[in-house]
Design a protein around this ligand. Structure first.
Ligand code: MG
Length: 170
């Protein structure tokens, strides 16, 4: 049996990860309207990864005989005035998600729930990678975003990203 607080936090995380997918689909939507199909591609794949994250939390709860409650997903409501906007918002969002994962880890640690801690280890590492990726995109945009040719090349680089399934299998 999972501790009630740990189970509740894990259930909330299902929703948070689906919201992340929704948010990144909205970022892709923004870039499509700007003609930056590579940036749009990058965020569409990011959205797929977020759905995978949601399903991992969902499956982990089911595997541990815990009740899953699917809540309403918030509407992404950010409005951007420049191409840097979603990148900065993306980093801020990933830092927030890191804090959520850390909170669940702390709750599991408190009740010596080593199984959940081990499950979350993958996400701790994943969040480190997400923040690195988000920071790198901002740095590249700072360097190349104002020159059309360089922006074209950066867009082409991001267009090459392909989806791969998560390395964590439950
Ligand atoms: Mg995620």
């Amino acid at each position: 049996m999972l501790n009630a607080k740990v189970a509740e936090l894990l259930n909330t995380q299902v929703n948070k990860e689906f919201y992340s997918a929704y948010l990144y689909l909205d970022f892709a939507n923004y870039y499509e309207t700007k003609g930056l199909d590579g940036f749009a591609n990058w965020y569409k794949i990011q959205a797929q990864e977020e759905r995978d994250h949601a399903m991992l939390f969902y499956q982990y709860l089911q595997n541990n005989n815990a009740k899953v409650t699917l809540e309403a997903i918030d509407k992404p409501d950010k409005v951007f005035s420049c191409n840097m906007g979603p990148l900065k918002a993306g980093l801020e969002h990933e830092e927030y998600v890191t804090s959520l994962i850390n909170n669940i880890y702390a709750a599991a640690y408190e009740v010596k729930d080593f199984r959940t801690m081990q499950f979350l280890d993958w996400f701790i590492k994943e969040q480190g990678e997400e923040e690195t990726n988000a920071n790198e995109l901002i740095t590249k945009m700072e360097m190349f975003g104002s020159d059309p040719k360089s922006l074209y090349m950066l867009n082409s680089e991001l267009k090459a990203r392909v989806y791969s399934a998560p390395s964590l299998v439950l």
